[in-house]
Design a protein around this ligand. Sequence first.
Ligand SMILES: [Zn+2]
Length: 385
Amino acid sequence: MSSSFDDLVGQDRVSEVLRGAVLASRSLQESQEMTHAWIFTGPPGSGRSTAALAFAQALICPEGGCGTCSDCSSAKSYGHPDVEIVQTEGLSIKVEEVRELLTRVAWAPSMGGWRVVVMEDADRLTESAANALLKAIEEPGTRTVWLLCAPTLHDIIPTIRSRCRHLQLQTPSPDDIARVLISRYQISSSMADFAARVSQGHIGRAKHLATNEIARSNRDSIMKLPLQLGSLASAFQAAQTLVDLATTEANTASQDRDTREIEKLQEAYGKGATGRGMATGAAKAIKELEKEQKTRATRLIRDSIDSALIEIATFYQDVLMTQSGHADSIVNVDMQNAIESYAKKSPSHSCVQKISAIMEARFKLERNAAPLVTCEALMCQLAKP
Ligand SMILES: [Zn+2]
């Protein structure tokens, strides 16, 4: 039998706890208290929001999360009236946004069961936003269940933390990921193994690589950069290549979504909204949306550069592994020869320095340093023997 929890990969313990909670929620007397607030933590790509969404489906589904009924599918496609998904486009969730959200979820659930709020980036709540949310979580006797997702527990303020039940997701193993790629997306086993290994536990990334030839060729170009750093000029060229590839990858991901969102908004304002007589309201709303989309695009490019840097770091880690006699445990199995010859000519302390230079650059980018300049400085360091 299918279930909304089928989407979770390598999370047996978390699924078990959630299934238990769903059963309890269905047999609860009015006087009994269901856990109203949960925190899902785990590394990027481990499936925090997937787990939260599966739980949301199970709470509102008449069958406890069959994964196929109309409640389950509308929740999954973000269209269920009792399931509110909060996705952050900007860098933070502001107090006004939380107040708006609280007004929206203030009514009783339309179907009489639970109203579920999934907040995908609860780590981005500003302090005042978190305090506004805290009041709602503390409110007794409501039918609203809060599912907050964050990388770690420390990303959530202690007052909220102490009122939530915590679930830690595991990084899925390459075998778990490969199995899903094969069974769910009919990927060949050699491709599935490769994608699962190089994506290091990030399911979305593994699927993207396994199904998208351009993504694989972009990855190839990025992974070759450490081998092309012979001179200062080549270091600057490598920085440019990295930023360009990351930008293209991020833009391809957002273009379709941007267009869809604009169309949806135009539809909401009526057919005339696309023509000459576009109402000022619609024009203003579209302008607002475009502004949000721009912020999101900037964030996506930064995220994309960050993933590229993590991938480049795996090259140097593989060199270190090879130098310490663990060549069979390298991540980039497709580059084994290049890694071996690099390992022979490079002193191991230099690889350690290069990995810390990469981490330093990521840290700077996270604090809004200019991407190209940061990558240029980094590549110059990586170009050193
Ligand atoms: Zn269902």
